[in-house]
Structure formats: structure tokens, C-alpha cells
Ligand binder design. Sequence first.
Ligand code: ZN
Length: 53
Amino acid sequence: MKNSQGKLAFSRGGMKVAVWVCKRCGYVRDSRCKPRKCPNCGDQAEFEKQEEK
Ligand SMILES: [Zn+2]
């Protein structure tokens, strides 16, 4: 069992989501699935999953 430390930083309706950061421009997005493209970079974007704190 995990200790949630009182609150979860990223959650939507009880669903846990991951944080994704664009490797090209640093755009941050929280989503359950890996984003296909970045608003800044478009199709060139490559997202990296960040660990939740
Ligand atoms: Zn980007």
C-alpha cells in the first residue's frame, strides 16, 4: 500500500495521469496516454514521461 502524502498532484476524477514533457520545447502536458504531438512542435514532438512526485 502506498502513502499518498495527503494529496495527489495530478489526478482527474480519481484517475491518475502521467506528466509528459516535450523534449524539444519543454511543453508540459498531463495525460494518461503519451501525447502524439506538441502544440509548439507539432508532429516533430517527442514526449518524455516525468516521474510523479
Ligand atoms: Zn514541443
